[in-house]
Design a protein around this ligand. Sequence first.
Ligand code: PGA
Length: 248
Amino acid sequence: MRKNVIMGNWKMHFTVEETDKFLNKLIPKVKDAKTEVVVCVPFTSLALASNTLSGSNIKLGAQNVHFEEQGAFTGEISPNMLKSVGVSHVLIGHSERRIYFGESDETVNKKIHTCLKHGFVPVLCVGESLKEKEDGDMENILTNQIKNAFLNISSEDASKVVIAYEPIWAIGTGKTATSIDADNTISFIRKVVSSIYNKEISENMIMLYGGSVKPNTIKEQMSMENIDGALVGGASIVVEDFERIVNF
Ligand code: PGA
């Protein structure tokens, strides 16, 4: 049985003070959640969030990590730095990182290796652009993203990875994929994972949908066979919305 996971991706929102205020409101509202709850906060908020969340059922995620252990990498954050503040999950290859910051399939793969070595749950983000979808390239794009991401990852390690399918055209646009389309695409992603590893790994892998997930879309999305949860951007920084999504 796969577990359900609702993850918030705050992106570049909230100062340390705002983080504290937000989390103190959120903690009591989701304390009886039936799903795993993770919030991916900005680097500057991690240490505070780790303290505020201690003793709660909310796990702490980071939005990125560098693949090297340490060194002359100005502006980057290492896996040990994340470990020292209690991070458990790390978003890898979010489309905004791929589009605006030159994240490639190669760096995504290196970062997955790094996460697994350090005991983090890598949340691999994949998804096609509108043009790729319209050109009928979606399956090719997803297949390549997934095959490259899992390069030289053992099957034991692969089973620890979470995949978030986030069609780029649905992120922050209010245009969510229909639940049936999202389910079909995630079913396709399971086939790709099965072709690299095997059916068991593919069927046990936690797979999320992301892209304009809102309180009024979550219930149907969660009822789909292949969708185990959501990666939530905009609605994760509004306490009432995120609470409703978690407690769908
Ligand atoms: P959105 O973002 O919910 O605002 O569309 C999702 C994401 O980018 O993870």
